[in-house]
Design a protein around this ligand. Structure first.
Ligand code: NAI
Length: 334
């Protein structure tokens, strides 16, 4: 099957080619992001393969449909960027990679917590410049601290296990209780109670109309003064302007993010020779107590191999029976 692969980076090419060892699919690798202006590049393809910042709205889906595309194969778990109702109306199937390595994201989350707490990002630069003073590097023990996890699915529960391993008291708020978390001793509470009691709040729920700006000015005012906020899920779970206000006032102690609400124009490319036009993002980078990584939580060898294998399985199943192995449908939003 001919597949137009959007937002391709060298590693996507390498892992997809390796997973399709029998060369069953004809991949057309495109560097560009999928959007209305680039949909024409899918001409002649039966499927498009896309990532987190590709645009898969109704206009783009109509343009793809007119060119013969009948499958959108996501190389990611989240599907908040796909208009599922429009896809269903056009008869375009949508497949995703529901699970590749929850550990990759959960472990990166803990890496961010530890780096931000112990100021590793600052210490690294200081030591290289011959500054061995400790002033400004004071951290806190994780042992005995309270970690609040919003969303205890695959990634949230993996992070709960890691936090429990550090001796943290773990609270959770979620739509459904996860028995694995309960067995770890995680206590489920209302979201406001979690925000008020946690030293570290980590977000692991999907982005939906319900969860957009889940952390807004009100939620920040509910949080413990000086707490740490971590977001490795989706940028728009957090109202970035409200977070900047809370950092300026000192209400929010520190922030670690792997995702940003307007990351589509920034992440996954080298802009080091260019001027950043996003003033909100640029302001975030000025805080000493803010740590940003550019959507790399998933980026491990294990995860890339699993993403490629599941993507090929979705393409194979669609070719054989008209449905991807892991379909996403409008009902999933209910
Ligand atoms: P999952 O579907 O296994 O778990 C999501 C959990 O959130 C479920 O337990 C669900 O009940 C809960 N939930 C849904 N709405 C909620 C709400 N309003 N409040 C509290 N909990 C709610 O998903 P998984 O695999 O754990 O992934 C979580 C998110 O992580 C994905 O949606 C994606 O956005 C993000 N992600 C980020 C990556 C990165 O590289 N930074 C990579 C992979 C996923």
């Amino acid at each position: 099957m001919r597949v137009a692969v959007y937002s391709t980076r060298p590693y996507d090419r390498e892992y997809l080619a390796r997973a399709d060892a029998q060369r069953r699919h004809d991949f057309v690798f495109l560097d560009v992001r999928l959007e209305a202006a680039t949909a024409a590049a899918a001409d002649g393809a039966q499927a498009v393969c896309v990532f987190v910042n590709d645009r898969v709205d109704a206009d783009v889906l109509r343009a793809l449909h007119a060119r013969g595309v009948r499958l959108v194969a996501l190389r990611c778990a989240g599907f908040n960027h796909v208009d599922l109702a429009a896809a269903a109306a056009l008869g375009i199937a949508v497949g995703r990679v529901p699970e590749y390595s929850p550990h990759a994201v959960a472990e990166h989350t803990m890496a961010l917590v530890l780096a931000l707490d112990r100021k590793i990002h600052r210490a690294y630069n200081r030591v290289r410049e011959g500054n061995f003073a400790l002033d400004g590097l004071l951290g806190f023990d994780l042992f005995g601290r309270t970690v609040g996890i919003v969303g205890t699915g695959r990634i949230g529960s993996a992070f709960a296990r890691i936090a429990a391993g550090f001796g943290c008291r773990v609270l959770a708020s979620a739509r459904r209780v996860n028995p694995e978390c309960e067995a770890l001793g995680v206590r489920y509470v209302e979201r406001d109670e979690l925000l008020a009691a946690s030293d570290i709040v980590s977000l692991h729920c999907p982005l939906t109309p319900d969860t957009r700006h889940l952390i807004d000015a009100r939620a920040l005012a509910t949080m413990k003064r000086g707490a740490m906020l971590v977001n490795t899920s989706r940028g728009a779970l957090v109202d970035t302007r409200a977070v900047i206000g809370a950092l300026k006032s000192g209400r929010l102690g520190s922030l670690a993010i792997d995702v940003y609400e307007e990351e589509g124009d920034l992440f996954f490319r080298d802009l080091s020779d260019e001027v950043i036009h996003d003033d909100v993002f640029a302001r975030l980078l000025t805080f000493p107590n803010v740590l940003v990584t550019a959507h790399q939580a998933f980026f491990t060898d294990d995860a890339l191999a699993a993403i490629a294998a599941t993507t090929i399985a979705n393409l194979d199943a669609f070719e054989a029976g008209g449905q991807p192995l892991h379909p996403v449908s409008v009902e999933r939003l209910a």
